[in-house]
Design a protein around this ligand. Structure first.
Ligand SMILES: NC(=O)c1ccc[n+]([C@@H]2O[C@H](COP(=O)([O-])OP(=O)(O)OC[C@H]3O[C@@H](n4cnc5c(N)ncnc54)[C@H](OP(=O)(O)O)[C@@H]3O)[C@@H](O)[C@H]2O)c1
Length: 320
C-alpha cells in the first residue's frame, strides 16, 4: 500500500472534455492531477470501478445544467484502499478496504473527478468497509445499484409478507431488487420481467414468477401486487399491475400517478446495513459473464453497458 509520503501527484484517468457519445469523447489521460481531499474526505486508490447507465447519460450531457465543470472523470462506484484521510475523518484509516457510490446526489453537482482513475476522493459518509468475503471487483459493482434497490423498496413501504412485481429483473438494479426484496425484506412473492434467455437467472435470484416480456404483458395478469418497482421506464403500465392502496416506484422515465419517482441518495450507512446479507452470501453480487474489463478497455466497457442488455453489472479493473 502507498503511504502518504509516497503518493504520486499525477495519475492515469479516463476523462471527457466535451459532452457526447462515449466512443467519441472518452480519452485516457496519463498525467492527470491526483485529486485533493477535503477534511471530510478520504483518498482511495481505486482497485475497481463499477459503471452505471447514469455515467453515459451524464457523458451525453443529459444533466449539464447541474453538472460539475468539464473535463470530467466519469464513475460513481468504487472499491479500493484508503491511502489518505482528511482531518475530520473518523470512520476510516489508511489501509482500509472500502467501497461506495461517491456522489451523494446522482444528478446534483456530481463530482468532477470520478472513479475511473487510479485515485479518487470521497466523503467518508458515502463509503463503507468492503465485505470481507467479496473481491474488489465484486464489491465495485454493488453500491449504486444495491442502494437504489434497497432505498427504492423502502420508498414503496415494502415489508415482510408483501408481494412485488419487478420490471427489469435482470439489470444491475433489478438483480439487486429481487434478492433484497426476498432476503432482506421477506417478500411473500416476487414476479419479475425479462426477455426469454434471462428467466432462469430471475428464478435463481429468488423470483417466484419470472415473466417473459416478449410473450406476456404483465399488466394483463389477473394477479395484482402490493408493490411494483419499475426499473425500465414502464410506469404507465406499472400502475395497472398494483393492488388498490399499493405502491409503485419508478427510477426512470415519465411518472404516472399514483407512482412516485425515486432518485437515489448515496449513503454508506445503507451499505453497512446490508453487510450481513452480503457476508452470509444471502445477497450476491451479479456481474455479467462478459462484464469485467481492464482499465485500457474502458471504452469497450461503456459500449457493452450501452447495449442495455447487460445482466447484472459491468466492472472495470483498475489496480486489482
Ligand atoms: N433513479 C435512480 O436513482 C436510479 C438509480 C439507478 C439506476 N437508474 C436508472 O434505472 C435504469 C436501470 O438501471 P440498471 O443499472 O439496472 O440498467 P442496466 O443494468 O443497463 O439494465 C439492463 C437490463 O435491462 C433489461 N431490460 C431492458 N428493457 C427491458 C424491458 N422492457 N423489460 C424488462 N427488462 C428490460 C435488460 O434485460 P433484457 O435483455 O431481458 O431486456 C437488461 O438485462 C437506468 O435507466 C438507470 O439510469 C435510476
Amino acid at each position: 500500500m502507498a503511504s502518504t509520503a509516497t503518493l504520486p501527484t499525477k495519475m492515469k484517468a479516463w476523462t471527457y472534455a466535451e459532452y457526447g457519445k462515449s466512443s467519441e469523447v472518452l480519452k485516457l489521460e496519463t498525467d492527470f492531477d491526483v485529486p485533493q481531499i477535503n477534511d471530510d474526505q478520504v483518498l482511495v486508490k481505486v482497485a475497481a470501478a463499477g459503471i452505471n447507465p447514469i455515467d453515459f447519460k451524464r457523458m451525453a450531457g443529459m444533466f449539464k445544467v447541474t453538472d460539475s465543470p468539464l473535463p470530467i472523470i466519469p464513475g460513481y462506484d468504487v472499491a479500493g484502499v484508503v491511502v489518505k484521510v482528511g482531518s475530520q475523518v473518523k470512520k476510516f484509516k489508511e489501509g482500509d478496504e472500502v467501497y461506495g457510490d461517491i456522489n451523494e446526489k446522482a444528478l446534483d453537482h456530481p463530482t468532477q473527478f470520478g472513479t475511473i482513475a487510479e485515485y479518487t476522493a470521497a466523503e467518508e459518509k458515502l463509503l463503507a468497509l468492503k465485505p470481507k468475503n467479496l473481491s474488489f471487483i465484486e464489491s465495485a459493482g454493488l453500491p449504486l445499484a444495491m442502494e437504489t434497490a434497497y432505498e427504492g423498496l423502502e420508498r414503496c413501504h415494502f415489508s415482510a409478507g408483501k408481494s412485488l412485481l419487478v420490471l427489469g429483473g435482470a439489470g444491475g438494479v433489478g438483480t439487486m431488487i429481487i434478492q433484497i426484496a426476498k432476503q432482506v425484506y421477506g417478500a411473500s412473492k416476487i414476479a419479475a420481467t425479462s426477455s426469454t434467455g434471462k428467466l432462469e437467472l430471475l428464478k435463481s435470484l429468488g423470483a417466484d414468477l419470472p415473466i417473459d416480456y416478449t410473450k406476456q404483458n404483465f399488466e394483463d395478469l389477473p394477479e395484482k401486487f402490493d408493490a411494483v418497482y419499475d426499473a425500465v421506464g414502464q410506469c404507465e403500465r406499472a400502475v395497472k399491475a398494483v393492488k388498490e392502496g399499493g405502491h409503485v416506484v419508478t427510477i426512470y422515465g415519465a411518472v404516472v400517478p399514483p407512482a412516485t419517482l425515486f432518485l437515489l441518495t448515496s449513503d454508506g450507512a445503507t451499505l453497512e446495513k446490508l453487510e450481513p446479507f452480503l457476508e452470509s452470501g444471502k445477497v450476491k453480487p451479479i456481474i455479467d459473464p462478459k462484464g469485467i474489463f481492464s482499465f485500457a478497455q474502458t471504452p469497450q466497457a461503456f459500449a457493452f453497458l450501452e447495449t442495455g442488455r447487460v445482466v447484472g453489472k459491468v466492472v472495470i479493473a483498475i489496480n486489482p
